[in-house]
Design a protein around this ligand. Sequence first.
Ligand code: 4AD
Ligand code: MG
Length: 463
Amino acid sequence: MVTRRIAEILRNGQPDELVTIKGWVRTKRELKEFAFMEVNDGSFLANLQVILNPDLPKYEDILKQLNTGASVEVAGTLVPSPGKGQRIELKASTVQVYGDADPETYPLQKKRHSFEFLRTIGHLRSRTNTLGAVFRVRNACANAIHQFFQEQGFLWIHSPIITASDCEGAGELFTVTNLDLKDLPKTEAQQVDYNQDFFGRHAYLTVSGQLQAEVMAMAFRDVYTFGPTFRAENSNTSRHLAEFWMVEPEMAFCDLVGDMDLAEAFLKYVFKSVLESCPEDMEFFNKRIDNSVLATADNIINNEFERITYTDAIALLEKADRKFEYSVSWGLDLQSEHERYLAEELFKKPVIVTDYPVEIKAFYMRLSDDEKTVRAMDVLAPKIGEIIGGSQREERLDVLEKRIASQGIPPEDLWWYLDLRRYGTVPHAGFGLGFERLVQFMTGMGNIRDVIPFPRTPLSAEF
Ligand code: 4AD
Ligand code: MG
């Protein structure tokens, strides 16, 4: 008999159907005449209730092994459930225990655990209701992202993980090397001689696939990357990871307005799609994690995002009737408290801030005629702050060369990037979405470490 997923049985299963399921025991309850157990296979928030009658072969022995965490295969018949909360249950005719789980030591007994505790058992926490729901929604989000771009004819490109360029210029790079750390080759100036390293140059884990996405956009018009990125940023916050996934569309023949339009349509599409594919999980988040989850989703889908310039944002922040920890003035970067004030309190919806001062943004952003600002845009989300960062790119060779020089970047390192402006250059634009921040935003989960299966943060890479 084919094994069915519990999600499919709970949605479509009919009385009298013969089914086999495989999963892990969540709870067991022994009564005088018979016993119940709840089994979960990760496909659905709810468990399937299984009825165990004493006429089962080796009933007593099996019952002893059916502890929380044990792995089982059950074959039997579906019957209408007399109990509340479920439509259908499974009357077992055979039960096979694959591996038991000692109730004295298995850490996930019935009581609720804190997310902090669950992080210490990263190898087991995915078996809980909340983390289960998170990873199903994360999967649905990833799927919706691909669907959105594929429907619009974007090409998914695979940007390299190992790179020689610091796209963001923020110096948050992890070096990739196979040099002998105990006996490093040195140059005459006593620097590490990376010319003798594996790649014959200093190589890093990528902080962004954007520069390579720009290369590909100059051949395919519309492309996107979706992959891991790495930042050696020593910030222990609830919104930063050292390894996170980024979605980066890049569009040739596109300006900043087109870029903002895409970002907005994209977020709306993904929210709508996840609500449709994971309604039970989204309700769970609304009930148990953050009671504004469904209202937020509705707000995203049905309202236009606010669009304001950085200059206007600064004016609004200066007028704000509140004390910020970090000062506000034209030329300083917005801090997360400022971003959240704008999105969460002032506009109560996502806000796209554009036209930031040239000094605080990366070299590749297009310089405006005022020569003080660049065509940048950040999408700020309530509770999260910056969720998307993007810009129109500098497509003029002479201007780009000046920007690179003024930031002290050796132009020979970017000769290929500059070539794109020599041969068939076009206005183009793109953005980067922090995938984990999107999952946080969608689920209401407070800490970014709880929306990625194996978080990497300063001093933590155990599992
Ligand atoms: O704003 P960022 O640094 O933009 C770029 O990297 C551009 N090259 C993107 C592009 O235009 N193609 O990063 C983009 C997004 C941020 O808005 C944020 O959501 C997320 O990536 N992000 C992080 N997420 C988790 N942990 C971190 N340490 C993050 N740093 C950035
Ligand atoms: Mg940014």
